[in-house]
Design a protein around this ligand. Structure first.
Ligand SMILES: [Zn+2]
Length: 40
């Protein structure tokens, strides 16, 4: 599971693959930046 951060509204989106757009503000996927998560 990867986490993407919306550079437009700052909310995070959890998804296995790259989300099409931000669920909060509807920003396009280009605005979503992948955030590496440490394994637990
Ligand atoms: Zn957003």
């Amino acid at each position: 599971m990867a986490v993407y951060i919306c550079s437009q509204c700052g909310s995070t989106v959890e998804s296995r693959c790259k989300p099409g757009k931000c669920k909060s503000c509807g920003a396009v996927k280009d605005k979503l930046i992948k955030q590496e998560q440490p394994k637990k």
